[in-house]
Write a protein that binds this ligand. Structure first.
Ligand code: ADP
Ligand code: MG
Length: 663
């Protein structure tokens, strides 16, 4: 067996399983080996029932003390029982698992593992895992990989498949000289690849992750080096005209607000790049809410008035739609044709856009990265802007350069990075930083509270809505149980609707909804037809509704601080005072301390570094970045030392490892 072999050649994988694996993007053995866990499960010793508090994730050793009930609920079949130890009892509840009815018998003892909720004055575990005592002893000593899944593939089937290809992993060649491995204290490559799937213990896992992060950084640095060599000398085939510059000045004069100094400087940089001899390659770095969109729009305007086409790429369809509406509105006076291109459009609609791009009828196209596929032809693409998109799409840029005349590239990023690291990561780009926030912006008022504050929070939401504002509520998280994520959001919004009363319109949004549905909901929200939007974190990136003044985040303790900062960035975008309410369900001191950081600071980089400092021992996968970087493991906060090391090695060895790093 080799890495390139089809997944079907793996023992135990038939046609049907292979098809399901394909849906996860796993086609061959290599894809499988590089399909990393998203977390690991470790179990802990059972605790007495009386000691648990809401939000705890615990194991309890209990006897089944009631008969098992099974009945059809509103949306699903509910199976439940009460279990107890000497100190107290817990209600165990499962959704859509009616077969459990025949498994549990009154009087039997099990270990139940799950998260504690308090409903009324009852302790509840929803969807707990259950073990016999012997099985639990075994589970206690292992770290089980948890893979991201889609329907049809189980965690177990992935684990087994990887077991079956162990030998192939062990045959992956080491590209680094032994001397470097030893001197730099790096784990050998194939060991790291095995350990990430089947970690021996936490310490070994950390070493494995470091090595993989190193490889990702190094590969990346080698690529941007060669990109840099080819782009810095690239001519500018899309010089902007004087007319376009005066149109842009007119645009600025017509804005309802004064640009910040940072915005002005960024625009001046862009203008001078696009007039110069060489093609533009620029990163605009500015925290959430600093006003990057208008800057992008001005670049698109200058480019199109000069007679070239522009593309704006964003990570999600929802964001694409929102940008499309904003851009259309802002550019209405200029008679430019702006088109939307997303995966959920009909084939006919897409064909029209493709043909308009080819003929030049379309001036500006906005969409997900599908815009720059092989099949898309432009008459004359002069500018590509990516917003909150993967790290200026190294691959996409390589693709563009194959298509002929390289367009200007403009990257908008909210990822806060210290200067020393930015210089390494963006070695191939010029950087403009927008440091200041729009002047009349009021600082968001934050509060971290426990669940007893909920009724007051709801009252406050009612008041804000009465004043004409809107609210976001981020739903409690459901873990390792993706089936009920959607149901959870729906239930929560039902409850909230009841709580807030019929005059307030509550709607919900979650990741499992169809793109078209999501778009409709967001559209209604921005148009104020919806007052409260209950959502999972799908709204995290880029959504702009300046009229929303409240962000209430349930289970705030379960999010990374950087992510909370992004979420909070959805409010405080207009002139009114905004509020962020963090509901800290688990009242531990640690989570309070972590959340305090957000209360005290609005500085994205400070928050990210505090997040790292305060992180618990079980957090292996670091801070979720806002999508900037293309890495699976590497992350600049967690592995900044590996980034520096990769930089060192790449300087010493130059191109030597080019093409040798299997990733
Ligand atoms: P981000 O940098 O997070 O992408 P946006 O570009 O979405 O931020 O801007 C957030 C909000 O601020 C928008 O409603 C935008 O119209 C507004 N805005 C942008 N620049 C300014 C400014 N200089 N003064 C006041 N409001 C501004
Ligand atoms: Mg934005």
């Amino acid at each position: 067996m080799r890495l390139e072999d089809d997944i079907k050649t793996v023992k135990g994988i038939g046609d049907k399983t292979a098809q399901n694996f394909n849906k996860l993007g796993i086609y061959n053995i290599k894809d499988l080996v590089f399909y990393y866990p998203r977390s690991y499960k470790t179990y802990s010793e059972p605790v007495p029932v009386s000691s648990v508090t809401e939000g705890d994730r615990v194991a309890v050793f209990c006897r089944v003390v009631t008969y098992v009930e099974s009945h059809k609920g509103r949306r699903y079949n509910i199976t439940s029982l009460t279990a107890a130890d000497d100190t107290g009892s817990i209600r165990m509840v499962w959704f859509n698992m009616p077969f459990l009815r025949n498994l549990f018998k009154k009087g039997d003892s099990y270990i139940f593992y799950g998260i504690i909720k308090i409903k009324g004055n009852m302790r509840v575990m929803e969807m707990p895992e259950y073990f016999t005592q012997i099985k639990y002893q075994k589970a206690l000593s292992t770290m089980q990989p948890i893979y991201p899944l889609k329907s049809g593939v189980t965690n177990n089937s992935i684990t087994r498949a990887i077991e079956a290809v162990k030998d192939v992993v062990l045959s992956i060649p080491e590209y680094l000289p032994e001397k470097e491995i030893n001197e730099r204290g790096l784990m050998p490559r194939c060991d790291a690849l095995l350990q990430i799937h089947f970690p021996k213990d936490e310490a070994t896992l950390r070493e494995a992750l470091k090595r993989i992060a190193f490889d990702e950084f190094l590969e990346f640095l080698i690529r941007i080096r060669s990109l840099r060599e080819s782009t810095v000398t690239e001519s500018n085939y899309h010089v902007i005209t004087d007319e376009s510059i005066s149109k842009k000045d007119g645009f600025i004069a017509g804005l309802p607000f004064e640009l910040t100094e940072g915005q002005k400087a960024a625009i001046a940089d862009i203008e001078s790049d696009m007039k110069s001899e060489h093609v533009m390659n620029r990163l605009i770095q500015g925290d959430v809410g600093s006003g990057k969109t208008v800057v992008a729009v001005m670049a698109l305007l200058m480019n199109s008035v000069s007679g070239h086409q522009g593309a704006l790429m964003v990570p999600t369809e929802v964001l694409a739609m929102q940008h499309f509406e904003d851009v259309c509105r802002m550019l209405r006076p200029y008679k430019l044709k702006v088109s939307l291109l997303t995966g959920s459009m009909t084939a006919k609609e897409k064909r029209q856009v493709y043909s308009d791009l080819k003929s030049g009828a379309c001036d500006i196209v906005i969409g997900t990265h599908a815009i720059i596929q092989d099949s898309t032809e432009f008459k004359d693409l002069g500018l590509v802007v990516t917003d909150e998109q993967h790290r200026f799409g190294v691959k996409q840029r390589e693709k563009l350069s194959e298509k002929g005349r390289i367009p200007h590239i403009l990257i908008m990023s909210a990822t806060p990075i210290p200067r020393t690291l930015a210089i390494i990561l963006y070695a191939d780009m010029d950087i403009s930083v927008i440091k200041d926030m729009p002047a009349e912006r009021k600082r968001i008022k934050n509060c971290v509270v426990d669940t007893s504050y909920r009724p007051s929070a709801y009252k406050f939401i009612q008041q804000q809505i009465a004043e004409g504002h809107q609210a976001y509520v981020i739903c409690p998280m459901v873990e390792e149980n993706e089936i009920t994520e959607a149901e959870n959001v729906i239930n929560y919004s039902d409850d909230l609707q009841r709580e807030l009363g019929p005059s307030i319109k509550v709607a919900y949004l979650h990741g499992k909804m169809k793109e078209a549905e999501k778009k409709d909901i967001l559209h209604s929200f921005v148009n104020k037809e919806i007052d409260v939007l209950v959502s999972t974190t799908v709204i995290e990136v880029g959504i702009n509704n300046p009229n929303a003044t409240i962000m209430m985040i349930e289970n705030a303790e379960r999010f990374g601080l950087a992510q909370l900062h992004q979420l909070r960035g959805r409010v405080g975008r207009g002139q009114a005072q905004s509020y962020c309410i963090f509901i800290n369900v688990k009242k531990s001191k640690d989570s309070m301390e972590r959340l305090k950081v957000l209360e005290d600071s609005n500085d994205g980089f400070y928050i990210a570094s505090e997040d790292l400092r305060l992180r618990g021992p079980g957090d292996f996968f670091g801070i979720r970045q806002s999508g900037d970087m293309d890495f699976k493991i590497a992350d600049i906060y967690n592995y900044s030392d590996m980034l520096r090391l990769a930089q060192d090695i790449s300087l010493v060895y130059g191109r030597e490892f080019d093409g040798k790093i299997v990733l």
